[in-house]
Design a protein around this ligand. Structure first.
Ligand code: CTP
Ligand code: CA
Length: 227
């Protein structure tokens, strides 16, 4: 339970983690985001630091304290998250993408608050044109010497099938599948590890316990990982 009692399986390793949602501004007062709490990613950051890793946590807007010993970089949008991650990725051994990155952003961000500008009852809703955000995980995985990449997949149906497809599409060795969005903001989670060999279900537990188990898994995989 206490940090000192965690086996130091990541000493000498650098781990980069994304966490939380992203926020994509429509105008100065409105935006697109999602219900990710960031808890899973912050738990992974804490567990990795406890295991002796040098941890950098790139966090979207969340209300969580920074785990002890973790370097934190706060960002808002997916593009800011990518800009923070990319220069750091090659110097890290593992990249754990827990962030619920907004898939789309408004095609334009308005400098000033969008006004209704109409008499009551005559307001016309403005259309919202969207542009696709960069895929941070896939971008890091496509680097010449990528860190060992771990993705997360929150699905509402066909969990394993979608996780397998994501693993292949993003070309990452390990995907952690969970049944979302039911787990958003919850302290408990049920995770399934999906890799080239198959699936392994972790027993339902609180997010810190699962994060510690995932950290042991990552440490073990790093011993044989060659980019
Ligand atoms: N991810 C990312 N950048 C994005 C979208 C996703 O880095 N723009 C990462 C997430 O952090 C996660 C993994 O990719 O580790 C899977 O995210 P998910 O949203 O489940 O997959 P998508 O490819 O966006 O597919 P969809 O949302 O349609 O299921
Ligand atoms: Ca997505």
């Amino acid at each position: 339970v206490v940090a000192h009692f965690q086996p130091k399986v990541l000493v000498g390793r650098k781990v980069l983690i994304t966490a939380g949602p992203t926020y994509e501004a429509i105008d100065p007062v409105r935006g697109i985001t999602n219900r990710s709490s960031g808890k899973m990613g912050f738990a992974v950051a804490r567990a990795a630091a406890e295991a002796g890793a040098e941890v950098t946590l790139v966090a979207g807007p969340v209300h969580l304290p920074t785990p002890l010993g973790v370097r934190r970089i706060d960002v808002q949008s997916a593009r800011e998250m990518l800009d923070a991650v990319l220069p750091l990725a090659a110097s890290h051994h593992a990249f754990v993408a827990t962030a619920a990155v907004a898939d789309w952003r408004p095609a334009q961000t308005h400098e000033h608050k969008i006004k209704k500008n109409a008499k009551a009852g005559e307001a016309v809703a403005p259309g919202l044109e969207l542009a696709e955000n960069p895929d941070i995980l896939a971008t890091v995985a496509a680097l010449p010497h990528p860190p060992m990449c771990v993705g997360f997949a929150a699905e509402s149906q066909d969990l394993i099938k979608h996780a397998r497809e994501k693993r292949q599409r993003k070309n990452v060795p390990l995907i952690v599948a969970n049944v979302g969005p039911a787990t958003f903001g919850q302290d408990d989670n049920a995770l399934t590890l999906v890799d080239a060999r198959g699936e392994r279900e972790l027993s339902r537990a609180d997010k810190l316990t699962l994060a510690r188990e995932l950290v042991r898994e990552i440490a073990q995989r790093l011993t044989t990982y060659n980019a």
